[in-house]
Design a protein around this ligand. Structure first.
Ligand code: CA
Length: 231
């Protein structure tokens, strides 16, 4: 079975970058189509249904965020966002808006290929349900709903267990309080985001993760929570 991505649509108004992308991706065996603005990009996306989109944020008509929103209305195809700015805000915005990854210009061939590899790996991981999460520090046995940290078995409440499971299944990604409510509570209707905050505090205390610099369970102010992927 192929792992999915063979055709790529590059939406980028800068001719030099388009040419660079085409040269790099051709050499790796991808089929590349190009669009120079957001409207053409969406039209081609609709017709060609590429496996992956590389999307520049700074486009002349629709900006990249608008294009991303419309792509997300139609499809789950992975989107790699190209951004000229390296601010954390921009990255977070891209990931919250449904981008799968981002790359800051100027980028190297190695960086581009690494991001594409990472997206492909995540796709494969997402379609194969994992029975176990284990990053060397935290082990979650999804089949038996058992958690151990540093080799010690930990007893969690069902909500704490689902909260931790959701976070480790999305290790490295920021999940908003609303997303966590959907993922971890039996009856999410009407729950306030503060519930997540307190559940996270309790979970941290139970797992001895209180130190904010050391805690694998990170609060990303204004956006949500993230389980730091172990290095
Ligand atoms: Ca541009």
């Amino acid at each position: 079975m192929r792992d999915g991505v063979t055709s790529i649509l590059a939406i980028e108004d800068d001719a030099d970058i388009r040419q660079l992308l085409r040269a790099l991706l051709d050499r790796e065996g991808y089929t590349v189509t190009e669009a120079t603005n957001g409207r053409d990009g969406l039209r081609i996306f609709h017709q060609a249904r590429p496996d992956l989109v590389i999307l520049d944020v700074g486009l002349p008509d629709l900006d990249g965020w608008q294009v991303l929103e419309r792509i997300r209305d139609m499809s789950d195809a992975p989107v790699l966002v190209l951004t000229a700015r390296s601010s954390e805000q921009d990255k977070v915005r891209g990931l919250n808006a449904g981008a799968d990854d981002y790359l800051t210009k100027p980028f190297s061939r190695v960086e581009l290929l690494a991001r594409l590899q990472a997206i492909r790996r995540r796709q494969v991981a997402n379609t194969t349900p994992r029975a176990m999460f284990d990053d060397g520090s935290v082990q979650v046995d999804f089949a038996h709903q058992q958690v151990s940290v540093g080799g010690q078995s930990v007893l969690l409440t069902p909500t704490e267990y689902r909260l931790l499971s959701a976070l480790v299944r999305h290790a490295g990604q920021i999940l908003s309080a609303d997303q966590l409510i959907e993922l971890a509570w039996d009856d999410p209707s009407g729950l306030a985001p503060a519930r997540v905050k307190y559940a996270v505090l309790r979970l941290r205390r139970k797992l001895d993760w209180d130190d904010p610099d050391e805690s694998p369970l990170e609060t990303v102010r204004g956006f949500g929570y993230r389980y730091r992927a172990a290095r």
